[in-house]
Ligand binder design. Sequence first.
Ligand SMILES: *Cc1c(COP(=O)(O)O)cnc(C)c1O
Length: 368
Amino acid sequence: MTNKSIFVTQPYLPPLEEFLPYLQTIWNRKVLTNGGPYHQDLEKQLCEYLGVKHISLFTNGTIALITALQAMGVSGEVITTPYSFVATAHSLLWNGMRPVFVDVDPQTLNIDPLQIEKAITPQTSAILPVHCYGRPCDVKAIQEIAERHDLRVIYDAAHAFGVKDAGGSILRHGDLSVLSFHATKVFNTFEGGAIISPDEATKRHIDHLKNFGFVDEVTVVASGINGKMSEINAAFGLLQLKHIEAAVARRKQIDATYRQQLESVQGITCPEPPRGVQSNYSYFPVLIEPEYPLQRDELYEKLKASNIFARRYFYPLISEFPMYRDLPSTANENLPHAKSAASRVLCLPIYPNLGDEDLDRITAVIKG
Ligand SMILES: *Cc1c(COP(=O)(O)O)cnc(C)c1O
């Protein structure tokens, strides 16, 4: 029996015919990049969709993270989570900053504010939390700590496109929030990213930084980088935005089906987003507990044998990679909850084109 492969995610591609007119327009205009009309339009439409005031588009989320840290003038030590994609901490190394890892909350798997406070030293200048799986961090506690110790807060919101809490977009929290529009994310521009700024002056500074520091033809105000999003990527974003509500709605159905199907399975828990959160259903993490007949890696392999490619996000922890593992903050006893989650977690396939028959296949393997 040959079953088609099911990956943890599949990029959302609207019909090609819908994209061709955008390409024709780019060919006619001959404006390929440097803040062209599609770029400007996407910034405007994203502000409306996300419910934010100021956004700067980038070539990818990692360059956006690196630039966000530059824009805040951060230096020395930055407190962050080991339970994330490696780009979170890499953005610190690229800025010559020292990551200080602290543990996550065992329930939310987001950075634990109590641990943040304990890790602050005179060298600490910022906190870099991640809204892991798009589930909001304890933004209130983090804000209070930041104010008490005069620290900047830069949220890695790569998973959090469109997520809202009771007060609106979760991207409004902190000094800056950074999005990724990589092909694997809920909203993609093939490659892409963005920084959400609280005010016009900050956005303008970030726009200079992503264009080599140029303010005008003859004035360079900072050692900026090239982080500009091209017109093709922006055009694809505009098209993708037309489909985003339907795409998230299908994700929501898949999320509900998994919960219903897996509810009765001993030893599989499906952590839920906090109450009052409008989710984007970007990931479907499950935790494999000792009551389940297989270990996490055994289930991962069993799914693989059925051509189902779940992913162990986030295993290994960032703190276990060679460029981090000798830091004092990566000591085993410092990160018990992150370690435990990394050993139990499995992210199941979730994406708009995942069919009900695919879901049946996946849950059948898990139910054994
Ligand atoms: C995807 C991701 C990034 C990096 O974004 P790119 O657009 O791929 O550069 C950073 N942080 C987290 C948590 C991510 O998931």
